[in-house]
Design a protein around this ligand. Structure first.
Ligand code: ATP
Length: 640
């Protein structure tokens, strides 16, 4: 009901059924969403926007809703197509100058004061006296222009980009310029977490279905349909992004079929929860059948083969990696049995020494170029370790249990020396066996074990979920170090002495998906070699900003320079503590934030984007686990 109520607030005069969606409706909705911090209110505002779009779309028009959804999550196409917005500040300043007639110097001064180029663009527009009334912006017009900007590449494209942006800005009214510029920067900053948008989409679909039926559903029926819709939509993110014509034309009851896994369209992979000790594994899986697999130290690879023989390799982030792994694609036919036509494999691509068969660490693969790798130039080859089969010969397998999926995997593929193997596994439930297997895995160059439920619904494949039915048991945890964190580098501190030409220390942050904020967590400055510092400088210097970007929740941290949040590092810590300076997980445990003590740099994670960094809830969980372990320890000591 609340959702239905807000439609009036974002409606636009003269918007009739069949008209293109006015961008003004989106801008109004965005402004309302930005003004509230309450997640439920954000969801209902988004639901209202989508309902309004559905209501004003002609039957069969799914594009209007789809483009609206895309603009709400600030994307233009599915992740894996790699089309992204992220226009640099100087280009945007130039375009704002050209469309408003203000000097670049004035715009830069405003930016320093406001810290938000969107706001500066809006204010600059509103200062301007316009003689003629521009034609109102529409969603399809904005969408296609943004896409053209994202697709133009090369040095000569700069002028073209500026002219498209100038044209868009010239037509902006009210708050539109603010959101257009933020979209171009790559972040809307209104707290529209993707999950919220998807839940709203499911809700709007269900509510539209009810409206179309002309009947008022009972609260129970409505609640269960909303729940069902949300569950399906959330777990099928990448399918939605591939251009799935939303739920508008099919209704929620058919969503499940429409959203079926299809080879060629990557699925968000299932993720694991960390565990500290074998005892914890046994507690969680008590009385259930489970398996332990080697946890290989490589890169996640989701390998798709279509019935026509086309092969695609996708990363953990649904990025197309086919051009990085031509050797893998060349090798693949060797391991496929005759009755295997189409499939989706979940696997780990690991560097291997072809003379000794020894597995090599992840770093070997990260040295590879990301594109246009030629097989003849490859020095270190890759071996694929398959651990799951998600689709086979036209049929999705997500709702089969792991025992069945594993069986099908073994029946339809065969190991090939140094090219393709099944992840080594052991199904024993005895503590001593698990310990021995863990030691073996480490000796064989792996990071530890993945422990997975084998039977019942609990072992179904859960896309995009960090599930308790998959546990990771890393050798580091046993040494008492705990799980590593993947953190975004948001600031730098100038070095001293020998280190004056580079940054000597860095400010790191985790990412809170709900508020879309980077929250500061620690300063890291020890353990870097001179070469490493020089390399980090080369990568980070071009990302320097004068002020923290608006979505960095700074707290009391005071670095010498700020960086655009982009680079992700894996870091280990000895200990987490509460801190009045940093903002990570603030409000989840305490009014203070959580910070890392004695953080240690492990490696650059260039397979993760800034938004894939460790979440604030994970940080809070880690802190709580540590407190529990500490209390346990104290009790044991007392008893002792
Ligand atoms: P996370 O977001 O969970 O932190 P991550 O990329 O940092 O992900 P880990 O937490 O270290 O990775 O562990 C999960 C990863 O381990 C998987 O994404 C996969 O790449 C890798 N892996 C190696 N062997 C296996 C296996 N047998 N089963 C599942 N995943 C495996």
């Amino acid at each position: 009901e609340a959702a239905l109520d807000r439609r009036d607030e974002m409606d636009v005069e003269g918007w009739r059924v069949g008209d293109p969606v006015p961008y003004a409706a989106l801008a109004k909705a965005f402004a309302l969403i930005e003004a509230t911090t309450k997640r439920i209110e954000k969801t209902s505002l988004l639901t209202s926007l989508m309902l309004l779009v559905i209501q004003r779309s002609k039957a069969g028009d799914a594009d209007s809703l789809l483009r609206t959804v895309y603009l709400c999550i600030n994307r233009l196409s599915p992740d894996y197509t790699g089309i992204e917005l992220g226009i640099g500040e100087s280009l945007l300043i130039k375009a704002i100058g050209e469309s408003t007639g203000r000097s670049l110097q004035l715009i830069k001064t405003d930016l320093k004061r406001e810290g938000d180029l969107g706001l500066v663009a809006m204010n600059s527009k509103n200062m301007q006296k316009t003689l003629f009334k521009p034609k109102p912006l529409t969603v399809p017009f904005v969408f296609s222009n943004l896409k053209e900007i994202a697709l133009s590449a090369g040095h000569s494209s700069q002028g073209k980009k500026v002219s498209i942006i100038t044209k868009l800005l010239a037509a902006c009214k009210g708050e539109e310029a603010k959101y257009i510029v933020r979209s171009l920067e790559g972040k809307l900053r209104i707290g529209n977490a993707e999950r919220t948008v998807l839940v709203a989409l499911a809700h709007a679909t269900v509510l539209a279905e009810q409206e179309r039926s002309g009947k008022k559903w009972s609260t129970e029926k409505l609640a269960s349909r909303l729940e069902e819709g949300a569950t399906i939509v959330k777990s099928r993110t990448s399918k939605l992004r591939c251009g799935y014509p939303c739920a508008l034309t099919v209704g929620v009851s058919k969503l499940r079929d429409e959203c079926k896994l299809t080879p060629g369209v990557p699925l968000k992979p299932m993720l694991a929860k960390p565990t500290k000790a074998i005892g914890e594994v046994l507690d969680r899986f008590e009385g259930k059948r489970f398996t332990c697999e080697y946890k290989y130290d490589g890169e996640r690879a989701q390998v798709h083969r279509l019935a026509d023989g086309t092969v695609g390799v996708f990363s953990r982030n649904s990025e197309d990696m086919s051009k990085k792994y031509p050797d893998l694609i060349e090798q693949l036919p060797h391991c496929i049995k005759e009755n295997t036509k189409s499939f989706v494999l979940d696997a780990e691509a690991v560097a291997i020494d072809r003379t000794t068969g020894k597995l090599m660490p992840f770093q070997e693969l990260s040295k590879r170029k990301r594109k246009d790798v030629k097989v003849e130039d490859i020095e270190v080859r890759v071996c694929l370790f398959a651990f799951d089969l998600l689709y086979l010969n036209g049929e999705p397998l997500l709702h089969k249990n792991l025992t069945e999926r594993r069986e099908l995997l073994r029946q339809h593929f065969e190991p090939v020396h140094f090219e393709f193997q099944f992840a080594k596994s052991s199904d024993s439930e005895k503590t001593e066996d698990i310990q021995t297997f863990l030691d073996e895995s480490v000796k064989d160059g792996c990071e530890g074990l993945m422990v997975k439920m084998l039977e019942s619904e609990a072992s179904y494949y859960e896309p995009s979920r960090r599930s308790v039915n998959w546990l990771k048991l890393k050798k580091d945890y046993l040494a008492g170090i705990g799980d590593s964190l993947d953190l975004v580098v948001v600031g730098g501190y100038y070095g001293k002495g020998k280190r004056t030409n580079v940054y000597g220390a860095f400010l790191l942050a985790c990412y809170d998906a709900d508020s879309e904020e980077y929250q500061t967590i620690c300063k890291i400055g020890t353990g870097f070699s001179e070469e490493a510092l020089a390399a980090h400088y080369t990568v980070l210097q071009p990302l320097e900003m004068e002020k923290a970007r608006g979505d960095v929740k700074v707290g009391g941290a005071k670095p010498d320079v700020w960086f655009e949040p982009k680079v992700v590092w894996e870091v280990l810590t000895a200990d987490l503590s509460l801190s009045p300076v940093y903002t990570a997980a603030q409000g989840l445990i305490d009014e203070r934030g959580v910070s890392l003590r004695f953080p240690r740099f492990i490696r650059v994670r260039d397979d993760k984007s800034a938004d894939d960094a460790t979440g604030s809830e994970q940080v809070a969980e880690m802190y709580e686990r540590q407190v529990l372990a500490h209390d346990d320890g104290k009790k044991k000591k007392k008893r002792g």
